[in-house]
Design a protein. Structure first.
Ligand code: PLP
Length: 401
């Protein structure tokens, strides 16, 4: 049958990273392409104990029953407390909505605000799933230039004036894909500028707690005087992504609209997942857990940076993040690392993600993302050396031409 799909999805391709998973599932491949937390960091035993306790003593029937869309009340409180670690001042659960992962929070904000053709500003490059989601609402993404410390504020104001966007989407801490962090001054400038021009900000913060260097910075939401910032975070990178649980914090009116949108999406986030996360937070397990897992990420990031310094050609500039799961490479000589992807995987048995799909325009071909959370230090050294040798050979060929 010839299916008559909606205009919204007709031309939309699958998420590029999900599409390459099949290519990477072959044995022996070292993959720096994914973005999962290290599997060794998942708190399996604690989650097992909490779940058993909840089912035996916590009112199993309630936890296996339908719940309210807003969220499981104890978690609304404990997760709001978690979000308040970033300086957020909201104390009422009326300002909070439990979401099925941060990605759903982004989706619900777009759902609440976007009409067909509305403009959205994103840092260039940005989280590719957000580009993907906004296309499903037929929004138009415009990229804002990025400096070493995040969004370029002059370009932001220029593009606010030019495109009159409804929304600015930004990852302030250890961004996916670049690993960059917005400076304090820029956070203040973004809060002030977006309030001045009436732009909604989605502050997406899945990685903020995974800081292994430098000082924690307050969220943009903590500087929100006008109620235009929606803060979205989840427990995917700090506890476990499979539990699909996060929180959005925003003005009550925005939360109300997001709640209505969520009713239509999934009714509510799994009650059992919510109760497990709440149990984890209330037992005080999060801080000790973070203390254990942050050094794992730091060790892997350091191993990748050391290998890069040792093997990679000078023509590539890399970021050196203070936290999170990713770093970013950019060929200063314009090498088409996007076009070279399949050959690179076949020849080196090592994978990166091309940066192309992280740009609003989708046409930048000289950048790539490397994930360091999912490989051990030895694998990191071997994989970076293999990629470096491949890139050096390609650069030498290009010069010889
Ligand atoms: C920047 C960013 N935002 C949001 C998400 C979504 O995470 P989740 O829906 O698991 O909370 C991710 C996941 O990798 C991400 O990198």
């Amino acid at each position: 049958m010839e299916y008559n799909f909606s205009d919204r999805l007709k031309t939309l391709e699958g998420n590029a990273i999900r599409e390459i998973f099949s290519l990477l599932s072959r044995p022996g491949i070292i993959s720096f392409a994914g973005g999962f937390p290290a599997k060794e960091t998942l708190p399996v035993a604690e989650i097992g104990r909490i779940t058993a306790d909840l089912l035996e003593n916590g009112g199993a029937q309630q936890l296996l029953q339908y719940g309210g869309t807003e969220g499981y009340s104890p978690l609304l409180e404990s997760a709001l407390e978690y979000a308040r670690r970033t300086g957020i001042r909201e104390t009422s659960v009326k300002n909070a909505l439990i979401i099925s992962g941060g990605q759903q929070g982004i989706d619900l904000v777009f759902k609440a605000f976007l009409n067909k053709g509305d403009a959205i500003l994103v840092e260039d490059p940005t989280y590719l799933a957000s580009l993907h989601i906004l296309k499903t609402y037929e929004g138009r993404a415009y990229g804002v230039k990025s400096d070493d410390d995040g969004l370029n504020i002059e370009d932001l104001e220029k593009k606010i004036k030019a495109y009159k966007p409804k929304i600015l989407y930004v990852v302030a801490n250890f961004s996916n894909p670049t690993g960059k962090t917005l400076s304090l001054e820029k956070r203040k400038a973004i809060a002030a500028l977006t309030a001045k021009y009436g732009v909604i900000v989605i502050e997406d913060d899945p990685y903020g707690e995974l800081r292994f260097a430098g000082e924690r910075l307050p969220s943009i939401k903590s500087m929100d005087a006008d109620g235009n910032v929606v803060y979205v975070t989840s427990f995917s990178k700090t506890i476990a992504p499979g539990l699909r649980t996060g929180i959005a914090v925003a003005d009550e009116q925005i939360i109300r609209k997001m709640t209505i949108g969520k009713q239509a999406t999934d009714v509510h986030t799994s009650t059992l997942s919510q109760a497990i996360i709440d149990g984890y937070l209330r037992r005080g397990l999060l801080n000790p857990h973070l203390k254990e897992i942050i050094p794992v990420y730091k060790t892997r990031k350091d191993a990748m940076i050391n290998a890069i310094r040792c093997y990679m050609p000078q023509e590539i500039a890399f970021t050196d993040p203070d936290g999170g799961l990713f770093l970013w490479g950019e060929f200063q000589n314009g090498f088409d690392v996007d076009g070279a992807f399949k050959e690179a995987v076949a020849e080196t048995q090592t994978a990166y993600v091309s940066g192309r799909t992280f740009f609003a325009s989708g046409d930048v071909t000289n950048t790539f993302r490397l994930n360091y959370s999912m490989s051990g230090v030895e694998q990191i050294d071997i994989g970076i050396k293999r990629l470096a040798d491949f890139f050096k050979k390609k650069i030498a060929k290009k010069i010889a031409k």
